[in-house]
Design a protein. Structure first.
Length: 287
């Protein structure tokens, strides 16, 4: 008689898988009653000695169905994740293209900004040059009485501003420059008790230079002239920037780490140098 491949028991009939009914049910994890084969079908198969029912042809147990359903859900979720990943990759590629375009745009803007800065710097220098040329024929005299007379070195009285200007030139023994004198005007708004500066205009630049070079002689011209000062006519922005640069010079000299270093303002490099290195640039703002 045939034997079951699991229990080795002899059986009249075995299933197509070589198992007895009990071992077959044990392998499937469910009793025979859980299968949906009719008793007449099983009896007919056994009676004919042709039980072709095997494990694969049985209805799937509940736990197997659950696993299959879980697997189906997982595959669906994986498919969804793959689709999301595809969309994300597409968006990332789009962002990369946009970022590359933005990078090119930013680089172009930086180049434009550099050109613009150079243009503004050149324009500013040009305006500074024009202003300097215009003012190069002027001098500023500070301390000339506005509401009182000024005694001339020749004991005459100077009452008008033009006469006072000639008196100042005479105090420096530069009366011959009167031929180059054009006019004078007070600068600023009038205030009681305040002597506004005088701007003197000449028609010759060399005259202005000679007057500036001899301006210190006023200190020896008597009490009325020792408090009169003469300087070149410069734009307010230039004076402000030079003042700032001199303050920066003092600050750099006061730093302990700069002791023994050469610190100076250089006209060619237009700025403050510390051991030849530019640390503060001269940059007046005209507009």
């Amino acid at each position: 008689m045939p034997q079951c491949i699991d229990c080795n028991g002899t059986q009249t009939k075995l299933t197509g898988a070589g198992l007895c009914s009990k071992c077959r049910d044990t392998r499937l994890g469910a009793p025979a009653a859980s299968f949906n084969f009719s008793q007449s079908q099983r009896r007919s198969s056994i009676d004919t000695g042709n039980d072709t029912t095997n494990i694969d042809s049985l209805n799937t147990p509940a736990w197997v169905s659950s696993l299959l359903q879980s697997q189906s859900r997982i595959e669906t979720q994986l498919q969804e994740l793959r689709e999301e990943n595809r969309v994300l990759r597409s968006e990332v590629n789009t962002l990369k293209i946009e970022n590359k375009s933005l990078t090119v745009t930013v680089e172009g803007l930086q180049e434009d900004s550099t050109v613009l800065n150079e243009t503004v710097s050149n324009q500013q220098r040009y305006l500074e040059y024009l202003d300097r040329e215009k003012r190069s024929l002027n001098i500023i005299v500070i301390g000339v009485p506005e509401y009182t007379v000024l005694n001339n070195p020749n004991d005459s009285k100077a009452t008008s501003d033009d006469e006072k200007c000639m008196a100042v030139l005479g105090a420096m023994s530069l009366q011959h420059f009167s031929t180059s004198f054009v006019n004078s005007e007070r600068i600023g708004n009038a205030k009681p008790g305040y002597n506004r500066p005088l701007k003197l205009v000449f028609n010759d630049r060399s005259t202005v230079n000679d007057i500036i070079n001899n301006s210190k002689s006023l200190k020896e011209a008597g009490a009325e002239y020792e408090k009169i000062f003469i300087r070149r006519d410069t734009h307010p922005a230039v004076r402000k920037e030079k003042s700032r640069l001199f303050e920066s010079l003092k600050a750099e000299k006061a730093k302990p780490e700069n002791q023994g270093k050469e610190i100076r303002i250089d006209g060619k490099q237009r700025g403050l140098l510390v051991d030849g290195k530019l640390v503060d640039k001269y940059n007046p703002r005209f507009f």
